[in-house]
Design a protein around this ligand. Structure first.
Ligand code: IMP
Length: 438
């Protein structure tokens, strides 16, 4: 049975974790395919809260295989902490599998991320400073250290020395930092290797077996389309490809192994870090959305920038990902608004207008949204569990979005808890294998 990919359709933090969590319950295997611990999501289960950066949240269901694919960059300190945290709360982590080919974030990647941002000054990207960019840069330069290298002292030490060599100049300010000592670093990563050895596996082959046996596999993306290094708002992007196509590369499967692609978007937009954001609300309304939506980063705690729904960017994301279903999250945040705006095109410099997402950075930097105003609703929708429970204006809002981008809405989030969702009518019938009747 071909798999389902879950991707972010905006600038990240759309609530992909909850969607993956809902599908993971039905899945046999969940594979994370890119990014690293720059991502973070919170899962609410009853009165319990769980925070994940690397391990797919499917691990909370006993018996699921949860793989960290070759396309992910792994900070072994963060991964071992996550494993310890789960074990301390009594979670069985035996389903965790870590690709032997995934690249490792090394202490010098964190230093280079810091130094790189400092050097850029006012032009900085606003990275999460988790060493993600420098790690992917080493991967591309063929200087990366991979998970399997932690199992062989000689190879590990040699590779670290080779990776450090061209960085001497940039790392000069950190030269006294004990974390840069070659032997100490080798020893530390060997220890991580010992601790992680039981989880290290050929995750691509595990995915092939699951797909070939007609089991249900979910491919979990991190970050989002507009942060994609090729298709996002470069250079204000992450260093990997969060789009659906990357699920193949980052998990080791082919395009025909993918059947469904669900994009996840909030009812409004947020962004952390710098870069273009055409529908940004840099005012009291934006502040209100931030407070109502609790828009502060899971990973860095930074306040998120907020804005209206951007349908120009969302339609672009729908096409880039060949989205088959759209999930709208946090619709409840809009309850109580008299009216809601959605951007249906951009206005650029000199009164130019754009119906499609501009490829040119100078155009994009000047673009602001042109809006349609839709009527809001006053009702509390957090108890809604079917479309008919939603006020007509909320349903019209969803219909407007789906019609504009040409993708059906499959699921709507109306609150933080996992049961606070509305499955769209028809979604269940369209995906009989995935979703038992609710
Ligand atoms: P990096 O991925 O740490 O290199 O950061 C590059 C850009 O991506 C910055 O603007 C970050 O704020 C943003 N970013 C990275 N990961 C996430 C995420 O999980 N959610 C939202 N933004 C992210």
């Amino acid at each position: 049975m071909p798999g389902t990919v879950i991707v972010g359709a905006q600038w990240g933090d759309e609530g992909k974790g909850k969607v993956v969590d809902l599908l993971a319950e039905r899945a046999d295997m969940v594979v994370r395919f890119q990014g690293g611990n720059n991502a973070g999501h919170t899962i609410v289960r009853g009165h319990e809260k769980w925070k994940f950066h690397l391990i797919p949240s499917g691990i909370l269901y006993p018996g699921k295989t949860c793989a960290i694919g070759n396309g992910v960059v792994i900070d072994p300190r963060v991964l071992t902490d996550e494993i310890d945290g789960l074990r301390a709360r009594g979670v069985d982590v035996s389903g965790l599998k870590v690709s032997a080919n995934a690249h490792l974030i090394m202490p010098y990647h964190l230093m280079l991320d810091d130094a790189g941002e400092a050097r850029l000054g006012k032009l900085q990207i606003g990275t999460t400073k988790r060493g993600i960019g420098p790690c992917y840069a080493d991967k591309a330069a063929r200087l990366g250290i991979r998970v399997q290298d932690m199992l062989d002292e000689k190879i590990l030490k040699k590779k670290i020395a080779a990776a450090l060599e061209p960085k001497r100049q940039t790392l000069r300010p950190f030269m006294k930092d004990p974390r840069l000592d070659l032997q100490a670093m080798t020893d530390e990563y060997l220890t991580f290797g010992h601790r992680l050895e039981q989880f290290i596996a050929d995750t691509a082959t595990l995915a092939h077996r699951a797909l070939d046996d007609d089991r249900f596999v979910v491919f979990e993306g991190a970050q989002a389309t507009m942060l994609d290094i090729d298709h996002g708002t470069y250079p204000f992007v992450t260093s990997s490809n969060p789009v659906a196509g990357a699920a193949c590369v980052g998990a080791g499967v082919g395009p025909r192994d993918i059947q469904e692609v669900w994009g996840v978007a909030k009812a409004y937009c947020t962004r952390v870090g710098a870069g273009p954001f055409p529908t940004e609300l840099d005012d009291a309304l934006g502040e209100e959305i931030r407070e109502r939506g609790g828009e502060y980063g899971t990973t860095t705690g930074r306040p998120r920038r907020t804005g209206w729904m951007d349908l120009v960017a969302l339609r672009y994301a729908a096409r880039i990902n060949s989205m088959s279903g759209l999930v709208i999250t946090k619709l409840d945040v809009y309850s109580g608004f008299d009216s809601i705006k959605v951007a249906t095109r951009y206005r650029g410099a000199e009164e130019a207008t754009f119906e499609t997402f501009p490829y040119h950075q100078s155009v994009l930097h000047h673009a602001t949204g042109e809006y349609e105003e839709l009527p809001g609703w006053q009702e509390d929708i957090t108890e809604a569990r079917s479309e008919s429970d939603l006020p007509q204006n909320a349903r019209d809002y969803l219909r407007y979005i789906a019609d504009f981008i040409g993708v059906p809405i499959v699921l709507v989030g109306v609150g933080p808890a996992r049961e606070q969702v509305v499955w769209a009518e028809g979604a269940v019938e369209a995906l009989p294998a995935l979703i038992p009747a609710v």
